[in-house]
Design a protein around this ligand. Structure first.
Ligand code: PEP
Length: 251
């Protein structure tokens, strides 16, 4: 039985004041103990969030890490070991905004995945197809290639300590959500790809759905057999909405 997980990606949002407000709002949410909940503030606000949520059940993650795990001469980057030192326990790798806007390749994403794990962080590997790729019937091929890029270099065993997020690019921040059936098809294919190498591990890996998840759509998505929770962007900036999504994962 996989424990559901809901992760809130705050992206490049927030000021110290709005982050403090969000922390207060989150602290008031009643969330089932059966759900793992994590928030991913901007790196600038990680320490504020870690201290604001200390003693709660919320985990804190980062939105990215450097390709090298250790501190060093890499201006502007943050090492996974530094994130670990700041009490982050997870990190997103390969978010589509970084792949498309910043040109992150599968090779870079794989290095970040490895850097995260070697520093004791759980990577959340984001995969997903663009609208053009979906319309060309390439969804499963694209997602399989993004997953293979990590498996081929690091081995399937690394997914024992990782989370996968399927995020169709056309659904991120657009208000369009994949239907539960569309999402389930891709989640099942991801799990089958893992199962071909390790059936036991495939049964344990959590695969989150991301793409305009709202409280109103969450329960139906999370009710699908291979959807183990959500990676939530915009709706995670509203504590009550995010709390409702987390509650949907526990029901
Ligand atoms: C995301 O950024 O990972 C995401 C899913 O965003 P949104 O929920 O806003 O589509």
């Amino acid at each position: 039985m996989r424990r559901p997980m809901v992760a809130g990606n705050w992206k490049m949002h927030g000021t110290r004041a709005s982050v403090a407000e969000l922390i207060n709002g989150l602290a008031q949410q009643q969330i089932s103990a059966d759900v793992d909940v994590a928030v991913f503030p901007s790196t600038l606000h990680v320490l504020q969030v870690v201290s604001g949520l200390a003693g709660s059940d919320f985990a804190v993650g980062a939105q990215d890490c450097a390709i090298d795990p250790q501190q060093g001469a890499l201006t502007g980057e943050v090492a996974a070991s530094q994130l670990h030192d700041a009490h982050c326990s997870l990190v997103l790798v390969g978010h589509s905004e970084r792949r498309s806007v910043l040109g992150e390749t599968d090779q870079v994403v794989t290095r970040k995945f490895a850097a995260a794990q070697s520093s004791g962080l759980t990577p959340v590997l984001c995969v997903g197809e663009t609208l053009a790729q979906r319309e060309a019937g390439q969804t499963l091929e694209v997602v399989a290639a993004q997953l293979s890029a990590v498996i081929d270099v690091l081995g399937v065993e690394v997914f024992a300590q990782a989370v996968i997020a399927y995020e169709p690019v056309w659904a991120i921040g657009t208000g369009l959500t994949a239907s539960p059936e569309q999402a389930q098809d891709v989640h099942a294919a991801i799990r089958a790809q893992l199962a071909a190498k390790s059936p036991e591990l495939a049964g344990q890996v959590r695969i989150l759905y991301g793409g305009s998840v709202k409280a109103a759509s969450a329960a139906e998505l999370f009710g699908m057999p291979d959807i183990d929770g959500g990676l939530v962007g915009g709706a995670s900036l509203n504590a009550d909405e995010f709390g409702a999504i987390c509650r949907a994962a526990g029901s």
